[in-house]
Design a protein around this ligand. Structure first.
Ligand code: UD1
Length: 395
């Protein structure tokens, strides 16, 4: 029997799961295409446990058909140092025990840098999927994670040309950089044909007004520390979005950390909260900003696909909305995904209410157009596995 390649794949937080799923599927496809005598890949899926709520983790495993993790480090929440440190301590034991030939990390969360750093120090080659993105804003924890992970990775798989440029500017050798496209689009394309199976619209019956038999709404997500950790900023944003919700109802699946902050700042009354059955828990007539529990992948994609406009501070949603052609108003001063502004539907509005309103008027004017970036075609995982299996993996 030929040697097997042992690859550890790391997933920790919600935005990692849709990036890991296509890789696992592609590894399975690769293995079944090989003869018994040929070299196969043995994947080992490690969940760090950074996200642990069912609504942020298990539902994505179920809907994306990701197998149960082989190892769950169960680290949970904590400050940045604490969380990153705990992941490192636990992951090091796993890496020493399993001696993988390669560790694959995705995205820019604390699990990404923690596992990349452990692997690099154990001289295990590291592949970083979604390398090279830069917001050039070091107050953003993810920017630190991105820069450091890229610095110590051996394979840097980038989603777009701007990412290649960033890496070259930082002195990363060109032979380590591979433009492969956007891995999240692989997951998006595999779920889009099924979005009509989502029960979300019937659950929202009675909440959303019907216009020509179509439910019209905007969608909102908000969870970045820069938006939700400061009372004044959060209050101002919810006020502005509440005012906009008088012209179009806004659905707001609320991240647990955002909910915690809204409660801590006493801003609950700005939102009409819906329970798990989507029944309003409180009534007030001033606006139509609805707070929902976090949604699974299928329901969220279904909602996004038919939204008139999306307000967000998420990175992934800027990309998904570009692929779907839905106007996206980003409530941040910068983006690490400039291609979504240059070619896609993304409007960088920041947090100034005047700018948000202006962006909203423009988004509703139907003049927002999209051009899907090159290689965002659903074949990114295949490119990655082909590169990794055809190259000599060594440091
Ligand atoms: C993390 C990522 C961020 C990503 C986001 C997507 C980092 C630095 N941040 O942010 O890049 O966009 O995930 O969601 O890695 N919590 C729960 N249940 C959970 C997980 C978290 O209630 O399952 C709450 C806890 O109060 C926790 C807080 O959310 O303290 C923050 O969680 P954490 O994983 O530290 O960061 P996110 O804000 O989720």
């Amino acid at each position: 029997m030929a040697d097997k390649l042992k690859w550890i794949l790391v997933a920790g937080a919600r935005p990692n799961f849709m990036k890991i799923a296509p890789l696992i599927k592609e590894i399975e496809r690769y293995n079944t295409s090989k003869k018994v005598t040929e070299q196969k890949i043995t994947p080992l899926l490690v969940h760090t446990g950074q996200h642990y709520d069912k609504g942020l983790s298990k539902v994505f495993f179920d809907e994306l058909n990701i197998p149960k993790p082989d190892v769950n480090l169960g680290v949970g929440s904590g400050s940045h140092g604490e969380q990153t440190g705990k992941i490192m301590i636990s992951f090091e034991k796993v890496a020493i025990e399993h001696k993988p030939d390669l560790v694959i990390v995705v995205g820019d969360v604390n699990s990404t840098i923690a596992c990349a750093l452990v692997s690099a120090k154990l001289c295990i080659p590291v592949a970083h999927v979604e390398a090279g993105l830069r917001s050039f804003d070091r107050s953003m924890p993810e920017e630190i994670n991105r820069i450091l992970t890229d610095r110590i990775s051996d394979y840097l798989f980038t989603p777009s040309e701007d990412a290649n440029k960033n890496l070259l500017n930082e002195g990363i050798p060109v032979e380590k950089i591979f433009l492969v496209g956007n891995i999240m689009v692989d997951s998006l394309m595999s779920i889009l044909p099924y979005v009509q199976k989502s029960g979300i619209f019937s659950r929202l019956n009675g909440i959303l007004p019907q216009k020509d038999a179509i439910q019209e709404y905007a969608l909102l997500t908000l969870h970045r520390p820069s938006n939700v950790d400061d009372k004044k900023t959060l209050n101002r944003e919810l006020g502005c979005l509440g005012a906009i919700s008088k012209s179009i109802p806004i659905l707001f699946p609320v991240h647990p950390r955002t909910k915690k902050q809204i409660q801590a700042f006493g801003l609950e009354k700005k939102i009409i909260w819906l329970n798990d059955e989507f029944q309003p828990l409180n009534h007030q007539n001033k606006n139509y900003l609805y707070g929902l529990p976090p949604l699974g992948y299928l329901d969220f994609m279904a909602l996004m696909n038919r939204a008139k406009v999306i307000f967000t501070d998420s990175g992934g949603i800027q990309e998904e909305s570009t692929v779907m052609g839905i106007p996206c108003i980003t409530l941040r001063e910068n983006t690490e995904r400039p291609v979504t502004v240059q070619h896609g539907t993304n409007i960088l509005a920041g947090t100034d209410p005047e700018k948000i309103r202006e962006a909203f008027v423009y988004a509703m004017s139907n003049s927002v157009q999209t051009k899907i970036p090159e290689l965002w075609d659903g074949k990114t995982a295949k490119r990655i596995v082909t590169i990794l299996t055809s190259s000599q993996i060594q440091r």
